[in-house]
Design a protein around this ligand. Structure first.
Ligand SMILES: CC(C)(COP(=O)(O)OP(=O)(O)OC[C@H]1O[C@@H](n2cnc3c(N)ncnc32)[C@H](O)[C@@H]1OP(=O)(O)O)[C@@H](O)C(=O)NCCC(=O)NCCS
Length: 186
């Protein structure tokens, strides 16, 4: 599998997925309640998932998970994050994030993981903008990115289908200078 840096946070370690993570990822991806708020729900075979994770480092458009979120206190993988280029011409990257273990939610882990990921992207890529999209009803998701300094730049009507209906989706962004200037916890 890929050689990625390990990103160290206060509560989390972000590391490349290993083969041992694949069955856990497949279990998460097979649960529409976990995946539906931010992605089309479709269940990949184990082989498709493994190939997607393996090829992601060489594919900037890949939606596959790029980092597992390992809780430092017990080394449990509680979620994953990814990033992808959503547009063939415009030069920005969108991030996505999942805290899959319900008991791990609401403790700041999502915010810490996305903060580490955005730091990593601005450090390693010649990007001027990192974005995110959130279902306008996904309060945890938009509060997470707003808490990190992302600005809501607009809303797309009826852009995502899940739970039997179309949902509006807000798009968010943060520029390199805004990210560099944001207040950091001491
Ligand atoms: C979105 C998600 C990653 C948040 O992770 P988390 O670790 O629980 O979030 P955090 O504890 O870091 O909290 C981030 C912010 O969201 C708020 N929040 C968390 N859970 C919330 C909830 N259920 N309702 C309302 N606000 C919530 C927190 O208060 C915090 O806001 P604040 O900084 O203004 O206080 C998690 O709920 C999840 O995995 N959801 C399913 C997948 C998904 O929707 N991903 C996002 C789309 S890409």
């Amino acid at each position: 599998m890929s050689v990625l840096p390990v990103l160290e946070g206060r509560q989390l370690r972000l590391r490349a997925p290993t083969r041992e993570d694949l069955s856990r990822l497949q279990r998460w991806y097979a649960d529409p309640e976990l995946v539906a708020p931010f992605d089309r729900f479709s269940s990949d075979s184990f082989t498709e998932l493994a190939l997607g994770v393996e090829s992601a480092p060489s594919d900037p458009t890949s939606l596959a998970p790029r980092f597992m979120l390992e809780r430092k206190s017990d080394r449990l993988a509680v979620g994953c994050v990814g990033h992808y280029r959503p547009h063939p011409v415009l030069e920005f990257v969108d991030v996505w994030y999942l805290i899959a273990e319900p008991s791990a939610r609401g403790q700041g882990l999502g915010k810490e993981a996305v903060g580490l990921l955005v730091d990593h992207l601005f450090h390693t890529e010649t990007l001027e903008r990192v974005g995110a999209t959130c279902d306008v009803e996904n309060t945890a998701s938009y509060r997470l990115v707003e808490g990190l300094g992302f600005r809501r730049e607009g809303t797309m009507s009826s852009a995502l289908f899940h739970h039997g209906r179309w949902h509006d989706v807000a798009f968010y962004g943060v520029t390199r200078p805004e990210w560099a200037a944001r207040p950091r916890p001491s």
